[in-house]
Design a protein around this ligand. Structure first.
Ligand SMILES: *Cc1c(COP(=O)(O)O)cnc(C)c1O
Length: 455
């Protein structure tokens, strides 16, 4: 049995009470507020390798990894040292630096899917700019997205499907004008019929189709390669640009992301998360011809006071350099596969209805009856209750998952086989409790399993 000790939250609770006097909901990004799991947020004071420590000195094996960026684990020495070195010369100049060239060269010379790149300060910004570029390039207004894909919090993409095969988006946030949402068409993933109908209904109006080629923000809804290829072909046939939003999958499923994994050439790719080594960086890239439309070369405006910030570039350079070492991705994927397979074997031996999906070092627990989930609508919100219980049990056994069952887990290079074995035992014991409750589940607010709590 893994060690069970109800964690102390005294200091975190004090900090949270104080934070609520400063920030809406006490946080600077909503999922952090622990609304979908038991208890209140843990305030973190330190991370090292695969571990996190909270303000009460509880130690956890971390599978959230800052929601994806930390593919080398926390506080990797190569990243830390490069950042400190660069910081000695100042933090920001608002003028070009050699570091931007260095990070761009590292990416472009190892990625045949883009020829030019522009750095931004977040994934949201990268996506927003990619959409503007697609509209500027095609002279069309509408965009098409898939239900269950998250693309950051830009207005045009805070939309969800209405009822029907092909629908205009309905805003999923207050403050987004209905007229904006009407420029966004929303269809289900893995649905060729809907895609064909959308291109017929909105002939010559769709500037871009945007998709997470590895949808990993609403469960892990792995798509068939054939569907992604169909999408590519339909976009080409209709003069529509295909945007791969690789803010999660970029540098994660391979150095060249999902484009490389599936060998499909999109027109524009967006990056974030891993690209900044834990500092705020996003990017979008495309062919030189498409990118020539961006200002100051072309008419599509896009800018940023801190874009290409030297300290952030330094972190990116240090992290991406490690990822290029031979065998890096193979080893990480192998470790994750064996971790996931052992959990699957354990669950199936005991007859627990839990499925795990995995690609590379990303995994997701589906507490669902379905074998494989490819569409957002196939996730039963009620199944989130099981995740909520597991999350509570895991915290008490020293394992930290992102506080929502819709979020995926990440394995980093710092997660050794030994650490993964320890985490596995904690997961086994937690599943035993979840599926054999001997006592009522811990007190907490009613499950709010809407998938609109987003980091
Ligand atoms: C995280 C994420 C974003 C948003 O990036 P931020 O840096 O949080 O603005 C956009 N798209 C995808 C696919 C993401 O995973």
């Amino acid at each position: 049995m893994s060690e069970i000790k109800e964690i102390s939250r005294e200091r975190s609770n004090e900090l949270y009470a104080k934070a609520k006097t400063f920030f809406p909901g006490g946080v600077n990004s909503p999922v952090r507020a622990f609304k979908s799991v038991y208890g209140t947020p843990l305030f973190i004071k330190k991370g090292d390798g695969a571990y996190l420590w909270d303000a009460d000195d509880n130690q956890f094996i971390d599978f959230c990894c800052s929601w994806g960026p930390l593919i080398l684990g926390h506080n990797h020495p190569a990243v830390r040292e490069k950042v400190i070195e660069v910081m000695q010369n100042g933090m920001s100049f608002g003028a070009p630096t050699a570091l931007e060239n260095e990070l761009a060269e590292l990416i472009l010379s190892n990625n045949p899917f883009i020829e030019k790149i522009r750095f931004t300060s977040s994934g949201t910004e990268a996506v927003m700019s990619a959409i503007r570029l697609a509209r500027g390039y095609t002279g069309r207004n509408k965009i098409l997205k898939f239900e269950g894909c998250y693309h950051g919090h830009t207005d045009a993409l805070l939309v969800k499907a209405g009822s029907g095969l092909v629908t205009f988006g309905e805003t999923s946030s207050a403050g987004v004008p209905k007229s904006f949402a009407e420029e966004t068409i929303v269809i289900a993933l893995d649905d060729r019929e809907a895609l064909t109908k959308a291109f017929t209904d909105f002939k010559d109006q769709i500037a871009a189709v945007i998709i997470e080629p590895v949808p990993a923000n609403n469960g892990l809804l792995l798509q068939h390669k054939e569907f992604l290829q169909f999408l590519r072909d339909e976009c080409t046939a209709n003069g529509t640009l295909l945007i791969f939003d690789e803010v999660i999958s970029g540098f994660r499923v391979s150095f060249t992301g999902a484009a490389g994994h599936y060998q499909i050439q999109p027109d524009i790719i967006t990056y974030g998360k891993i690209i900044g080594g834990g500092l705020p960086v996003g990017a979008y890239g495309a062919s030189a011809q498409i990118m020539s439309n961006i200002s100051p070369e072309g008419p599509v405006y896009q800018a940023g006071t801190l874009s290409g910030n030297p300290v952030a570039m330094a972190a990116g350079i240090a992290q991406l350099s490690q990822l290029l070492k031979p065998g890096f991705y193979e080893e990480l994927a192998q470790k994750t596969t064996s971790f996931v397979n052992d959990i699957v074997a354990f669950a199936s031996e005991r007859g627990y209805p839990v499925h795990l999906t995995q690609i590379g070092s990303i995994f997701w627990f589906a507490f669902d009856t379905k074998d494989i989930t490819r569409k957002a609508e196939d996730i039963d919100p009620k199944s989130m209750d099981k995740f909520k219980q597991m999350h509570f049990e895991l915290l008490n056994r020293g394992v930290y998952f992102g506080p929502s069952g819709y979020e995926v887990g990440f394995v980093s290079a710092a997660h050794t086989t030994e650490i993964l074995d320890q985490a596995k035992q904690a997961i086994f014991d937690s599943l035993d409790v979840v599926f054999n409750p001997t006592q009522p589940s811990p007190g907490g607010r009613a499950l709010e399993s809407q998938n609109d709590f987003r980091e």
